[in-house]
Design a binder for this molecule. Structure first.
Ligand code: G3I
Ligand code: 9MR
Length: 583
């Protein structure tokens, strides 16, 4: 066990003792007293960005921005009228600092409140964040040692070779009966646990490939220090390839079906990968896994085709794999994954497949140009919504919009553009109307809520890319600001990034490696009033309110775990803002 830094409940108690000033107000849920503060993005802002700070409480009318070092006031302005933000039951006013564009370090000051944290204005404000968030995937590579020249003090021995994986009874087929031994090495560990799940890998890998497709100028120039850095391929594609190779081995060559997951029967203890030696199984086969696999392989076949010299034969291999999985899904359109009685790891169970059909159809159309696939998209697609592992419909819309010149006629093109524009406009309206300037609604604070904020940002960015409307970019910026400290907890939710970041994420390597600081670059799941882990936690959450229900304790898998599908939109959004914000 590593020593604990002050956890949220501890801080709350310490702050309660100070709670005599006008800046201090009892919180509506009566549990934790709150000290009002000025909340900023702890990583700062790009010079040309819309820069919003949040001033908690009522009573203040004006703000000023002071330069660190010489104490010069460089900007003065009026605050918006304070309004209630229900997810935290707090009042807040907005300070618009956008006129501040000279690189430097600043603080916001408002009478009656402590000055804000210092924050930079920096033309590279999020480049290091995008690198760290992508490097986190390397740190979660299964089946390989992490060498100190790439992993620094987080170097570790290899674990989970996955060269002898048993077919579980739930996944048995004629050519691969139960207990057959197969190999499926590599891939990324899903999260704080050491299992590998096709459904969650699907949206994750696609989101990284989309980041590359949309912002090649940004990613083409990055060196994140992985073993493949310096080869002829961008690091992002090298990193994603580690997972694609594993995914390919999740397909049953006998019938084209795809195993749902490669897993232990029970979660590992809190140990390093090498010490986690339970038997591994291929569990289940289902429609969601097959279609997510088909969509990712079709996307990857398209994306890796220009790198044929480096990955000979792989684009063709992935195309065949994608079409075989699609065929399997046609024959098994409602194979719901059901967790077998003896399996206790993550379920990623989903009973509705229209979104998976639509997504796979869109990617297969873009790859093959076959009209049947576009017809299938038309039949299955519903209006796009904020993506999550269980709702992948929007991903197909985004790919079609990016490649809209390949759509056969203007009517289809218009439908795709209008669908994305509509959801972006709805999210922008939520952002505009929110006291916290955040599209998040109370119901969005679910398990992995920080990724909901970032997936909303990803959709807003599609609106911006389609219409060039500046408001969508500004709204996406606000979503990232929220994750990086402009939130009522005052925490930058990415390990190692910002002034106060999570120290006790639910992530087995971070818990077991004996190093005080967690593995860097990981997004904490975020506030989740579901508190499904309360029974496993020795300390209580400080608040039940949606935006405050977060625990920086390694017990908290429901609010403070890390996961690949949450980090992928962080990579996407950090890179997008870096690439799209005008200077
Ligand atoms: O489907 C219902 C929906 O109808 C309802 O409105 C909503 C209200 O909260 O709940 C929805 O179900 C939720 C489900 O996710 C789908 O979003 C459950 O409450 C919620 O408990 C469930 O959480 C999932 C969690 O596993 C538990 O199964 C998370 O989304 C998912 O990210 C998380 O994933 C785990 C893996 O299983 C194992 N590896 C770590 C990973 C991250 O924690
Ligand atoms: O460590 C597990 C984490 O990765 C999962 O997201 C979570 C929910 O499925 O479960 C965690 O494992 C816990 C288990 O569900 C209940 N007993 C305690 C385990 C970890 O502390």
């Amino acid at each position: 066990m590593k020593p604990r830094s002050p956890s949220v409940p501890f801080l709350a108690a310490a702050l309660a003792a100070l709670c005599a000033s006008p800046a201090c107000a009892a919180q509506a849920d009566g549990q934790a007293p709150a000290v009002a503060a000025i909340r900023v993005d702890q990583l700062g802002y790009l010079p040309g960005a819309r820069k919003l700070a949040l001033v908690e409480g009522r009573g203040a009318h004006v703000f000023e921005v002071v330069r660190e070092g010489d104490g010069q006031v460089v900007l003065r302005g009026e605050l918006s009228a304070p309004a209630r933000w229900e997810p935290a039951a707090r009042d807040a006013a907005v300070a618009d600092l956008s006129a501040l564009s000279a690189p430097g370090r600043y603080r916001v000051r408002v009478e009656g409140l402590p000055p804000s944290d210092p924050f930079p204005v920096d033309p590279q404000a999020y480049a290091g964040l995008a690198d760290a968030a992508l490097k986190a995937f390397y740190f979660n590579r299964a089946g390989t040692a992490l060498e100190s020249r790439h992993a620094g003090r987080y170097a570790r021995a290899a674990g989970h070779p996955d060269t002898k994986v048993r077919i579980h009874a739930s996944a048995a087929s004629a050519s691969r009966p139960a207990r057959t031994v197969v190999a499926a090495p590599k891939g990324w560990y899903d999260a704080g646990d050491y299992n590998k799940y096709v459904v969650n890998s699907g949206i994750t890998t696609w989101t990284l490939l989309a980041a590359w497709e949309h912002y090649p100028g940004f990613f083409g120039a990055r060196d994140i220090g992985i073993p493949e850095s310096g080869d002829a391929v961008p690091d992002l594609l090298d990193e994603a390839w580690w997972n694609l190779e594993w995914m390919l081995s999740m397909q049953d060559p006998g019938d084209g079906g795809v195993y749902h997951k490669l897993t232990n029967l029970r979660f590992d203890g809190t140990v390093m990968p090498k010490a986690a030696t339970q038997a591994r199984y291929m569990v289940g086969k289902g429609t969601a896994a097959a279609l997510d696999f088909a969509a990712v392989m079709a996307t990857a076949s398209r994306v890796y085709a220009p790198f044929e010299a480096h990955f000979p034969g792989q684009a063709a291999r992935m195309r065949e794999a994608a079409e075989a999985a699609w065929q399997w899904a046609q024959a098994h359109p409602d194979a719901v994954y059901r967790q077998p009685k003896d399996v206790h790891t993550g379920a990623y169970g989903d009973g509705r497949f229209e979104d998976e059909f639509a997504w796979a159809a869109a990617e297969l159309y873009l790859l093959t140009g076959k009209a049947d696939y576009l017809d299938a998209f038309g039949r299955h697609a519903a209006a796009p919504g904020v993506p999550s592992w269980a709702d992948v419909g929007a991903l197909g819309w985004i790919s079609l919009a990016h490649h809209r010149e390949r759509l056969p006629d203007p009517a289809v093109r218009e439908r795709v553009e209008a669908g994305l524009a509509e959801v972006s406009a709805a999210l922008a309206a939520q952002w505009r109307d929110s006291a916290w300037r955040l599209a998040m609604q109370p119901g969005d604070f679910v398990w992995g809520s920080n990724a909901v904020a970032l997936n909303q940002a990803m959709l807003l960015l599609q609106g911006h890319r389609l219409t060039q409307d500046r408001e969508y970019l500004d709204a996406a910026q606000s979503q990232l600001d929220y994750v990086l400290g402009r939130n009522p907890l005052g925490v930058s939710f990415v390990t190692g990034q910002g002034l106060r970041s999570p120290m006790h994420v639910h992530h087995r390597p971070s818990q077991a490696d004996g190093i005080l600081e967690p593995v860097p670059g990981w997004l904490s799941g975020g506030p989740n009033p579901g508190q499904q882990d309360a029974k496993d936690c020795p300390v209580r959450y400080a608040s039940a309110l949606p935006a405050l229900s977060w625990l920086d304790h390694d017990c908290s898998y429901a609010s403070n775990e890390v996961a690949i599908n949450w980090n992928a939109p962080l990579v996407y959004v950090a890179a997008a803002l870096q690439a799209l914000t005008p200077p």
